[in-house]
Design a protein around this ligand. Sequence first.
Ligand code: TXA
Ligand code: MG
Length: 348
Amino acid sequence: MKTKKWIVDNSDSLKTSYPQLLEAAALLKQDEVVAFPTETVYGLGANALSDQAVLRIFEAKGRPSDNPLIVHITKKEQLTGLVDNVSASAEQLMEAFWPGPLTLVLKSKEGVSSYVTAGLDTLAIRMPDHPVALALMEVAGLPLAAPSANLSGKPSPTTAAHVAEDLDGKIAGIVDGGPTGVGLESTVVDCTTEIPIILRPGGVTKEELEKVVGRVEMDPALKSQDHAPKSPGMKYTHYAPIAPVFLINGDEDFFKNIILTAQKEGKKVGVLVTEEKKALLKGAGDVVVTCGSINNLSTVAAQLYDALRAFNNKKVDVIYSEIFPYEGVGAAIMNRLEKAAGNKILTP
Ligand code: TXA
Ligand code: MG
């Protein structure tokens, strides 16, 4: 399949009459799969109301069929056809964070495709905060089911080039709206329980959620492997570059020592660090990829997936990464790093 590519400007002056959007929307209406930018990561979109279209997403990504998809909408009225029993706290969260990087898990209505929900009786739903995503859905007149537009297991895409790396030739098209902003996926919150539960940390932090609805819990599976995650996607290895990743939970001397030991064993060593840590390590390592500033974790989130992908072209044997505090957006960064590392953490 030849994958069409369209470039559109990512700005509020974006027009729904753009020929690029009309073409992409026409393909979506024919049940084809089209990648598009959101404020978090690129999504792999298809008509959420068509089983055939949704099946094509699973095929293109190589996604396990028991992992449900997020449905993206442009206005709250679309909820009525899709979900039931919207709780007061869910309403408050939508009011506060939509459009934005927050996905709510709600009771799904009869008739919602079981390919989207993977047979669960709940549906994950969000309103993205990106002019291109919103315009594309408006022109197509469809809610779009969309996982991140990467091959299953790979780091999520934050640029159209990342999408092409994984899916060129496998999907009908890619709408290129430039790099995404947040850089990590949306926060997934289960709103079917009395106290909302974070199933996946993401762009909206626990602290921000609690300011709006009071108490919010974390799915225990996020902290311990003894619990099965309530979000099926959280059980798979994820976000992993080709080389094994280890998280370094120690000071500079410990970090440098680990690098040197591996180099003595003849390994080509990749190092993933903030600007500040790079300076402290005095450039140790064979391939050093910097990823934002420790003083502004949003910059780390925005660059993390690009940094993980960067190692693949450099043929390193091993990657050692800095770790981050679990507060604020740090919780989402550490969740993705722990998955990329398969929980391999080195401590003195
Ligand atoms: O930021 C995002 O959320 C991006 C952009 C494209 O919107 N999408 C995204 O989708 O990250 P995906 O498919 O890569 O991740 C969706 C996560 C998975 O962990 C999945 O298991 C979970 O949401 N999920 C989907 N439906 C669910 C449900 N009904 N109950 C619990 N978890 C669900
Ligand atoms: Mg994903």
